[in-house]
Each structure stands twice: as structure tokens, then as C-alpha cells.
Design a protein around this ligand. Structure first.
Ligand code: CP
Ligand code: NVA
Length: 311
């Protein structure tokens, strides 16, 4: 049994396989080709925070593949009244074939996985967002052809999405430049692992203008992630110089694309002008969550050999 809690729970070969299968699922969708690789399979989706993309893409992915997804809000479960994660994991394991969790704390997902008898998927924690980043890899490949010689510049908060992207860039072999205000750098251990374990080319560049100079991709995310609402005033002031706006994008390559995992806070980390520009790929990026979730689900919830589906 395999969990997907960190992007590093997958090998490079498994990531490649998922990206290839997602490509097939994207084609299937456009050609109206129906498959039922997850017939009679159920996925429980536990949400401690709200979600649009993760919830809908997982739910539709399960339905499209002939399976069933259950949306379970944390507070509607007995978890909200103090039932333990251990008991919940053990009981749900008898009902469903996989559990996706969006949790406030990364440790919650790790603990759930320790007691689960079915695969557990991280649908975002305060430390990583691996499904988002798998789908981002798909989008990058779609727009740039391959990962070879690419530079992705992250501008903004060194948060959960940034952590997963750092690890993914190191695994897939492209350079990542990270530009954050002082005190908002990504997790030190993540950077060390990316460099030491995966030979990652990770550059920390405080100055956002210098950071985007050679970027093929500019990526940003909200300054105030879920759970950080109390820090709003301080963050709005600390991140002032780190907005992805028309002036910053002009400092980069002409061919640069702009990515954002969404939801965006227009006028904060990104301007509407950039978000709605030709260079922005954010809507395709969001769409690709659906195709990639399908590949993740087939990889984790079925016994099908992916190589058989992508030949
Ligand atoms: N990008 C992402 O995970 O969006 P949601 O919060 O809408 O799921
Ligand atoms: N960093 C953001 C991502 C939302 C998809 C958050 O954690 O709120």
C-alpha cells in the first residue's frame, strides 16, 4: 500500500508515469472516451479547510472513472467532537478504498496514514501540497515540452506549495529560484533535502527583480495561506515588494508563463492584469488538476499497471 503525503513519496519514474497517464486522461476527456478503472471504488475526502479545485477535481475524477467520492467536512464527522484520528482511520478503512485529507496540520495526515489500512492522499497541509504540484508538473510539461534547462521562479511566501515545488523541481531536474521577504523563506529542511538527496539546483534570491530575470515560469501564491488569517496586517506589509505585477513580468523573458495554484487574491500577490494576461496559464493549470487526480487515483486505488494504459 502506498500513501501520497509528500511529493517525495513517489519516485521520479512514478511521477513520469502519472504525468503520462494524465495526458491520456486529458485526451479521453476531450474525445468523450469513457473508462471505468475505478468501478466500485470509493474515496473518502476529509476537509478541515474549504476547497474548490481539490474537492471538485477529486470528486469528478472518481465519478468519471466509475467510482464514488464522499465529501466529509471535518466538523460533520465525529472527529469534530473528539473521536480520535486513529479510530476514524481504522473505521473508514473498512468502508472505502482510499482517503484524501486536507488538514490544518501535516502531522494529522501522517497520523491518519499510520492507522489507515487504505492509501492516504494529502489534499493540502501546512507543509506540502503534492497533488497541486504533480498537476503543475503536468502543466509545465504541456507548455514547455520538457523540464530540461527550465528555471521556475517562486515569488512570495515560502509556503506549503513552495515546499512541494522545491522538492519536485529537484526530482525532475529543473532550477528553482525562490524570492521571499526575510523571515518567509521555505522550510530549511526541504531546501537541504532537495539539494542533498536530489541534487537540486535551488537558488535563494531576495531581490524579486533579479530573481525573475531568467525565469521560464513565474509562480506565486497567496501571501496569507489558510490558517494564517491573524497575521494578515503584518503579511500585507512585509510582502509589499513581492507582488507579481506587469512591471515584474516585463523584467523576465518574453516567453515566460505565469502560474498560480489559485485561489488568487487579486491586487495582493498578483495583479488582475497579470492573472488575466496571455502569459497566465492559471485556468489550464486548474483544469489539469482533474486529469492528474485521475492518474493519482488509478495509481493508488487500483491494481492496474499504469504502463498497460499508456502504451
Ligand atoms: N489550488 C487548490 O488546492 O485550490 P482549492 O483550495 O480550491 O482546492
Ligand atoms: N498556500 C495556500 C494554497 C491554497 C490552495 C494555502 O495553504 O491556503
Amino acid at each position: 500500500m502506498k500513501h501520497l503525503i509528500s511529493i517525495t513519496d513517489l519516485s521520479v519514474e512514478e511521477i513520469d508515469e502519472i504525468l503520462r497517464l494524465a495526458e491520456r486522461f486529458k485526451e479521453d476527456r476531450y474525445r468523450n472516451r469513457i473508462t471505468d478503472y475505478l468501478r466500485n471504488r470509493s474515496l473518502a475526502m476529509i476537509f478541515e479547510y474549504p476547497s474548490t479545485r481539490t474537492r471538485v477535481s477529486f470528486e469528478v475524477a472518481m465519478a468519471d472513472l466509475g467510482g464514488h467520492a464522499l465529501y466529509l467536512s471535518w466538523n460533520d464527522l465525529q472527529l469534530g467532537r473528539g473521536e480520535t484520528i486513529r479510530d476514524t482511520a481504522k473505521v473508514l478503512s473498512r468502508y472505502v478504498h482510499g482517503v484524501m485529507i486536507r488538514a490544518k496540520k501535516h502531522e494529522t495526515i501522517e497520523e491518519f496514514a499510520r492507522h489507515s489500512e487504505v492509501p492516504v492522499i494529502n489534499g493540502l497541509s501546512d507543509f506540502e501540497h503534492p497533488c497541486q504540484v504533480l498537476s503543475d508538473l503536468f502543466t509545465i510539461k504541456e507548455y514547455k515540452g520538457s523540464f530540461r534547462n527550465l528555471t521556475l521562479t517562486w515569488v512570495g511566501d515560502g509556503n506549503n506549495v513552495c515546499n512541494s515545488l522545491i522538492l519536485a523541481s529537484a526530482m525532475m531536474g529543473f532550477r528553482m529560484v525562490v524570492s521571499t521577504p526575510e523571515g518567509y523563506e521555505p522550510d530549511e529542511d526541504v531546501i537541504r533535502r532537495a539539494r542533498e538527496e536530489f541534487n537540486g539546483d535551488i537558488i535563494i534570491e531576495k531581490d524579486p527583480v533579479r530573481a525573475v530575470e531568467n525565469a521560464d515560469i513565474i509562480y506565486t501564491d497567496v501571501w496569507i495561506s489558510m490558517g494564517m488569517e491573524d497575521e494578515r496586517d503584518r503579511r500585507l506589509s512585509d510582502f509589499r515588494e513581492y507582488q507579481v505585477n506587469e512591471m515584474l513580468v516585463r523584467k523576465s523573458k518574453e516567453s515566460v508563463i505565469v502560474m498560480h495554484c489559485l485561489p488568487a487574491h487579486r491586487g495582493e500577490e498578483i495583479t488582475s492584469g497579470v492573472l488575466d494576461s496571455e502569459q497566465s496559464v492559471v485556468i489550464d493549470q486548474a483544469e489539469n488538476r482533474l486529469h492528474v487526480q485521475k492518474a493519482i487515483l488509478v495509481r493508488l486505488l487500483s491494481d492496474i499497471e499504469i504502463s498497460e494504459l499508456t502504451e
